[in-house]
Design a binder for this molecule. Structure first.
Ligand SMILES: C[S@@+](CC[C@H](N)C(=O)[O-])C[C@H]1O[C@@H](n2cnc3c(N)ncnc32)[C@H](O)[C@@H]1O
Length: 428
């Protein structure tokens, strides 16, 4: 590890890249963690994720503490102040250490001249913390969501939006999927409990929620493919698809392959074609298949042009895990709130529609297409499927356990799964 790495300045730089340059935190964080110890890597993650989660509150606090925000080349210091405030408000880092490390971050960022300013702002916050927090928590920033998204949630879900927002602001639970080809869920749970870790069975046959998030290396048999990290709601996709041995199955938009491997755990003799537009992400599909000792045909391709990657082939079942706004997984990727824009929703809905229309002819008669998104917005879900059914008289939506009309909308829940939508379409 590089000596004297200042984690606060590192966090501020990453946050600036997300908020001002539109880069994804999940894409840039691993590179920054590479040269850090596990402990420092975890703290860096906590600081970045924490600031992403609470950004509007921190922004409003800075607005009260400073006359003018730092801009231009000094902008990174604005994010360093956020990192300082976040530690004081939400972490167990002792305040004197939080302050000293944050102020030292200014030096690391070659802005030693601003150390006094940083120190002053953070100390003023300490003195007035209670009053300032009470003041900023009066406004809509207390929901910690961008205005456009809050409005969409309130309009779409007048009864449930608060519950959705609250779940989005939590730290996500870690869900596992036990590989039924190796162990029954209870048998693997016994192996886990022998290591003094605990987990709870979820509302899907192979699902376990860990009491506390754990490094995968500490999970019994992870390297041998006995268990996979996958959210409860994501696990329902392959279950609802009901793949059977011997069938030809298209897993479209497959990367990184969480559902490809689940399909093969349920139906090891199925012939699976996994397709994704992103070649780099397909590497992850191949790695996952290898870890689990499974075979699938993995191809790069655009869902809108199936002839390019499967000729005239038709399938018994298709899983379309469509690209979406990811508004159901905000607790796992809080940067989504600052990366997405209102106008993206219509663009995503039209991409989903194009893929659905293009791939439907590739489903055999009597076949099943499971459409899924990790979105909570009706434009990508119920409305998308209603329009599809209206335009395709040969499609019928099967009733799902807790679904209404044409699909099943799940909201993120604190100890439950992520926000997801499923529609199960049969071809007459
Ligand atoms: C929700 S993620 C898929 C997650 C995956 N099914 C899993 O369970 O691990 C959506 C995927 O859609 C892919 N994608 C986006 N546009 C696409 C397109 N036009 N054709 C095919 N794949 C696309 C993205 O690269 C991304 O990997």
């Amino acid at each position: 590890m590089k000596k004297n790495t200042n984690l606060r300045s590192l966090a501020a730089q990453l946050i600036e890249r997300v908020v001002d340059k539109g880069e994804s935190l999940s894409a840039i964080l691993p590179g920054a963690q590479k040269n850090l110890s596990d402990k420092d890597g975890a703290l860096l993650q906590e600081l970045c994720f924490g600031v992403m989660r609470t950004l509007p509150q921190l922004e409003a606090l800075i607005g009260k503490l400073m006359e003018r925000p730092l801009t231009g080349k000094q902008r990174v210091l604005h994010y360093l102040i956020m990192v300082g405030l976040y530690q004081l408000l939400y972490t167990r880092v002792p305040p004197h250490a939080a302050l000293a490390e944050t102020v030292a971050g200014a030096e690391e960022l070659k802005r030693a001249n601003l150390k006094g300013l940083l120190n002053g702002v953070l100390r003023q916050f300490q003195r007035q913390q209670e009053t300032l927090v009470a003041e900023v928590d009066q406004g809509t920033q207390r929901y910690l969501h961008p205005g456009w998204l809050l409005k969409r949630l309130q309009t779409a879900w007048p009864e449930q939006w608060q519950q959705i927002v609250e779940a989005n602001n939590q730290r996500p639970p870690m869900w596992l999927r036990v590989n039924r080809q190796h162990h029954a869920r209870d048998a693997w749970l016994a192996l886990l409990e022998a290591t003094e870790k605990h987990a709870f069975a979820g509302d899907a046959p192979d699902a376990l929620r860990l009491e506390a998030p754990t490094a995968v290396g500490q999970l019994p048999g992870f390297e041998q493919g006995w268990v996979t990290v996958q959210d409860l709601s994501a696990q329902r996709c392959a279950l609802l698809l009901e793949p059977q041995d011997g069938e030809s199955i298209l897993d479209l938009c497959a990367a990184p392959g969480g559902k490809t491997t689940h399909i093969l755990e349920i139906a090891p003799q199925a012939n699976v074609l996994a397709v994704d537009v992103d070649e780099q992400r397909l590497t992850r599909v191949r790695e996952n298949l290898q870890r689990l000792g499974m075979q699938a045909d993995v191809r790069q391709g655009d869902g809108r042009t199936p002839a390019d990657w499967c000729g005239e082939q038709q399938f018994d079942r298709i899983l379309l895990d469509a690209p979406c706004s990811a508004t159901g997984v905000i607790r796992r990727h809080p940067d989504i709130k600052w990366l997405r824009r209102d106008r993206d929703i219509a663009e995503l809905a039209s991409l989903q529609q194009e893929i659905l229309n293009a791939v439907w002819p590739r489903l055999k008669r009597g076949g099943t297409l499971l459409y899924a998104t990790c979105s909570v917005l009706p434009e990508e879900n119920h409305q998308q499927i209603s329009a599809f059914l209206a335009a395709h008289p040969d499609a019928i939506a099967e009733a799902l356990p807790q679904g209404q009309d044409n699909g099943w909308q799940v909201f993120p829940a604190t100890d439950g799964g992520d926000g997801f939508f499923y529609a199960k379409l049969m071809k007459k």
